[in-house]
Design a protein around this ligand. Structure first.
Ligand SMILES: C[S@@+](CC[C@H](N)C(=O)[O-])C[C@H]1O[C@@H](n2cnc3c(N)ncnc32)[C@H](O)[C@@H]1O
Length: 401
């Protein structure tokens, strides 16, 4: 398990570290080795049996799922994957409980630093006491994360942010990089190389959680003013302190992406990562319409997401939709069943301005493969696109306004 390097990191005992390492290692085993084993069983036994009985190949993910459900290998994989998902959060709780007070103090100090005249990094945090968190967040423990992003149990609580930061480190077994920002670093760096004429003055990250991927835009476009919005106050408090600890000037706001408080045509880039699949279908359409509204003409909207089912083989579609069935992700499959080019068009983007990319992880492959990816884009339909596994490729879609 990778150890976070910033000042808000939890002080852990040897046992706590060992437990987190164990869960991380077990997840890597399930998602690499056991997933590979399940695929081999599919190819050698279950798919041929399907063809014999039905006289054809499975046509989509749900047919693959139904055929695999009675299989022992699928059951063992799924049971262990659900257990490790639960253990991700359980492994963080003891250290988080012990560090609660210290965490609040550190965050308060870091937050004060943003207001000091001498500070070179003057990020901001704008929370709204009257803000109503949408039920799609407040009524759910998404991906089994107890309390979800918005759970608050004392004044100024930021534990949910710390739970997410530390949980993501365990969950991603090193694939997200030392700062958990491989998505942001890969995508912001690739966009800078692909569109050298793009000189954004203002960038917006929707559903930014703890701002781990928001900061990458500041790294690659240091002259830009970078904003992140989210509905969850505890995550935003943590995001603000985390950015200050890392000397990144970022501006966080509590806001609903479905109705942004920003004027028309005020941003050059509107970005999101791993966000839309946690939003109900109608909300997705409203969010894209809002992105269109706040973008300047010529601006770029870009969403890093799970690849759509329409562009994957039935097996890979089944594999990614596993979370929709077993990981408390009710909006996951409805999102993946949408065609990104259709939702962009419905939001007001011209069809000829639609674009999508498969961007190799910078942490895994290094920057040198971006040039190749820009010239000869990798296929979306691969067992590495959007899949938390060694050699991950990030999928993105969007459009210029
Ligand atoms: C999976 S997390 C996003 C992760 C993050 N962007 C990343 O790069 O890893 C989803 C986030 O969206 C936020 N969210 C959900 N609905 C929202 C909405 N309507 N407006 C703004 N944020 C929302 C949640 O509070 C949560 O922090």
């Amino acid at each position: 398990m990778l150890d976070l390097k910033h000042e808000l990191k939890l002080d852990k005992t040897r046992d706590e570290k060992a437990r987190m390492n164990f869960v991380s290692g077990l997840r890597a085993h399930v998602l690499n080795d056991m997933a590979g084993g399940m695929r081999a069983v599919w190819d050698a036994e279950v798919e041929p049996a399907f063809r014999r009985s039905r006289g054809r190949r499975p046509k989509d993910g749900p047919e693959v799922h139904a055929a695999l459900k009675p299989n022992e290998c699928f059951k063992f994989y799924s049971s262990l994957r659900v257990t490790t998902q639960d253990l991700v959060w359980q492994s963080v709780f003891p250290a988080l409980e012990r560090n609660r007070g210290a965490l609040k103090e550190k965050a308060a100090r870091l937050s004060r630093s943003s207001q000091s005249r001498s500070s070179k990094v003057r990020g901001t945090l704008a929370l709204r006491p009257d803000f109503k968190v949408p039920r799609s967040v407040s009524a759910l423990d998404v991906h089994l994360m107890a309390g979800n992003y918005d759970g608050e149990y004392e004044e100024g609580d930021l534990a949910a942010g710390s739970l997410y930061d530390n949980g993501l480190a365990v969950f991603s077994f090193g694939l997200m990089g030392q700062n958990l920002d491989d998505i942001g670093q890969s995508i912001a760096g690739f966009i800078k190389l692909k569109f050298p004429q793009l000189k954004p003055a203002k960038i917006l990250d929707l559903g930014c959680t703890i701002g781990h991927n928001t900061g990458s835009w500041k790294d690659h476009f240091p002259a830009a003013e970078v904003h992140g919005i989210d509905v969850a106050a505890p995550c935003l408090r943590y995001a603000h302190a985390r950015a200050q600890a890392q000397d990144r000037e970022l501006h966080f706001h509590q806001m609903d992406a479905e109705s942004l408080d920003f004027p028309d045509a005020s941003f050059d880039v509107v970005f999101s990562s791993m966000f839309l699949h946690e939003v109900p279908r109608k909300g997705i359409e409203r969010i894209l319409a809002e992105a269109h509204r706040v973008l300047k003409p010529g601006g770029l909207m870009l969403h890093m997401e799970l690849p759509p089912n329409s562009q994957l083989s039935p097996y890979d579609a089944f594999y990614l939709d596993w979370d929709g069935a077993y990981n408390n992700e009710p909006f996951y499959k409805p999102f993946r069943d949408l065609k990104p080019e259709d939702i962009c068009r419905r939001a007001g983007f011209a069809p000829e301005k639609y674009l999508q990319f498969v961007i190799p992880s910078v942490g895994w492959y290094g920057e040198k493969v971006w040039r190749e990816a820009a010239e000869r884009p990798p296929s979306v339909d691969s067992d590495k696109t959007g899949r938390l596994t060694d050699g991950i490729l990030w999928y993105c879609f969007g459009a210029f306004k």
